[in-house]
Ligand binder design. Structure first.
Ligand code: OFO
Length: 171
């Protein structure tokens, strides 16, 4: 059985993961508007990842005998001043999510909830990947600023990304 504090914190994290999906969906719409279909597609894959993250926590709360309570998802921004600014925003957001995951681990340790701690380690590792993959795009876009035509190549490359369900990678 899950403790009340942990249950509340995990419900908050379900909301944060759905917000992540929402902000990336907003970025996908922005990229569609900017005629960058590869960037838009990359963001749509990210939406699937975030939804899978939310559902992974959702299932864990239920498995532990807790109650999932869904709250409203905050409205994400609509526009960014450049593709680079959007990906920099995504990078900042991932750092924020990493901080939240670390706080959840701290809470699991304080509550002596070993099952939650073990479960959350998957997210600790996942956040390393999340930050790295976004930061790689940020670095490429920074280089592209100085090379005309490079944006076209990057967009084409980002369009190659495919979705692998994080929940099927084992936890
Ligand atoms: Fe769920 O990792 Fe991004 O936000």
């Amino acid at each position: 059985m899950i403790g009340k504090k942990m249950e509340k914190a995990l419900n908050d994290q379900i909301n944060a993961e759905f917000y992540s999906a929402y902000i990336y969906l907003a970025m996908a719409a922005y990229f569609e508007e900017e005629n960058l279909p590869g960037c838009a597609s990359w963001m749509r894959i990210q939406v699937q990842e975030e939804t899978a993250h939310a559902m992974k926590i959702y299932d864990f709360v239920i498995e532990r005998g807790g109650r999932v309570v869904l709250r409203p998802i905050e409205q994400p921004p609509k526009d960014w001043k450049s593709p680079l600014a959007a990906f920099e925003g995504a990078y900042e957001h991932e750092q924020y999510i990493t901080g939240r995951i670390n706080e959840l681990v701290d809470l699991a340790i304080a509550e002596k909830d070993h099952a939650a701690n073990a479960f959350l380690q998957w997210f600790v590792n996942e956040q390393v990947e999340e930050e790295t993959s976004v930061d790689t795009v940020v670095q490429n876009l920074k280089m592209a600023e100085k090379a005309p035509g490079a944006m076209f190549m990057i967009d084409r490359e980002l369009g190659q990304r495919t979705f692998t369900s994080p929940t099927q990678e084992g936890a």
